[in-house]
Design a protein around this ligand. Structure first.
Ligand code: NAD
Ligand code: ZN
Length: 359
């Protein structure tokens, strides 16, 4: 039985971003050391960046999220911080969506553990607690703010895997729905649906956990209110989705995903499709595995007037089909959770190709 850790402290509500200065002052006073801010590049020159309580020795690093995090990228950020000053910082703050939140978690672990990011991809490999870290989501849905992992692409090993560890969990969160007001509509939908998809996969799986189920059910109820409403981005709905994302992330430690995430990982390995839009592309064609939820997904996407790329997998070469298949069925844990030990009897190469052909 795994011990589970979730985030212990959080400030919540519109305007709660303003609590950051006081929290940092406490840590600065206790340690006399600096603070590192990882901030999504979108906010460079933006009013939010001006509100960061930055002091003399601090570093503000704007993270380019055009591509999702890689192990090499995380190593490069770690070097930037070490080269600036050898003394470890007191606090690391991540301000952004899943990409920045995960980058911050990974670098905070590497500050206190030797070696490279790739050495810790897996389960419970991180030995020492990382730097105290504060997560401030500006985009809701991945649950990265609540989860015990930080997903990174390892290009050398052709592997997408996180540092699954209790040390990866944020020490504190600031959940301020005002920060998601600037998210573009499509991105808001795609990322928001990540929590919906995670929860329906978990609740339909073979491995269930009472606490994860409770988190997932409440998260789903909030997603339904948001995505079946007239204005998914109203103040009230942005607050609801922020809660849904945190609950979904808190469930992840005790639950498994299902069929959608492995297929989405296939898209990401072959076409570099980003995680959340990839999940939506897959969810759109999941009638066979999740009939009720796929119908509900169609109602949500119609209600919000969001479109998805079409004909992505038309005219693929045999090699591309093989790569898609391999990058999908390699995810045994979620596929066993969804389809049982004999999942390969269901997901034959022909079957996998026919599912991708619908995307
Ligand atoms: P993201 O962080 O990659 O950001 C997507 C886009 O939204 C970027 O262009 C960014 O600049 C923009 N953006 C973010 N906040 C904004 C704001 N307030 N206003 C305007 N634009 C804004 O997107 P994401 O979907 O949140 O994260 C995806 C990443 O999360 C993937 O790398 C995925 O693997 C990871 N993930 C992690 C976990 C976990 O448990 N750690 C779970 C699921 C997914
Ligand atoms: Zn996901």
């Amino acid at each position: 039985m795994n011990l589970t850790k979730t985030v212990g402290e959080y400030a919540f509500g519109a305007g709660s971003f303003s609590t950051l200065g006081d929290t940092l002052s406490e840590h600065r006073a206790d340690t006399g050391r600096r603070v590192i801010f990882f901030v999504d590049k979108f906010f460079e020159g933006h009013a939010l960046a001006q509100r960061l309580p930055v002091e003399t020795d601090d570093q503000v690093i704007f993270v380019d999220t055009t591509s999702e995090p890689t192990t090499d990228g995380v190593d490069a950020y770690t070097d930037i911080i070490r080269n600036y000053k050898s003394e470890a910082p007191a606090v690391m703050v991540g301000v952004g969506g899943g990409s920045v939140l995960d980058t911050t978690k990974a670098v905070a672990n590497l500050m206190t553990n030797p070696g490279k990011a790739a050495d810790y991809q897996g389960w419970d490999l991180v030995q020492n607690p990382g730097i105290f870290k504060i997560g401030i989501p500006t985009l809701s849905g991945t649950g990265a703010e609540g989860s015990r992992t930080c997903v990174m692409m390892n290009q050398e090993k052709n592997l997408k895997l996180g540092m699954n560890s209790p040390h990866t969990v944020y020490d504190r969160l600031i959940l301020d729905p005002e920060l998601t007001a600037s998210v573009p509509r499509d991105q808001y939908f795609y990322t928001g649906m990540d929590t919906y998809i995670h929860c329906i996969e978990s609740l339909n799986g073979n491995f269930r956990h009472g606490v994860a189920d409770a988190f997932s059910e409440q998260s789903l109820a909030l997603c339904r209110e948001v995505f079946l409403s007239d204005d998914m981005q109203s103040d009230e709905n942005r607050e609801k989705l922020m809660i849904a994302s945190y609950l979904g992330g808190s469930a992840i430690g005790n639950s498994f995903v299902g069929v959608v995430h492995p297929f989405s990982a296939g898209l990401s390995m072959v076409f570099h499709t980003h995680h959340c839009i990839g999940n939506c592309i897959v969810m759109n064609v999941m009638e066979e595995f999740y009939p009720t939820e796929t119908e509900e997904f169609h109602r949500m996407i119609d209600a919000q007037g969001i479109s998805l790329p079409v004909d992505m997998c038309k005219d693929l070469s045999t090699e591309q089909h093989k790569n898609l298949h391999d990058a999908t069925v390699i995810h045994e844990k979620p596929l066993i959770n969804a389809l049982g030990e004999d999942f390969r009897d269901v997901l034959t190469p022909e079957k996998v190709a026919s599912i991708f052909a619908q995307m």
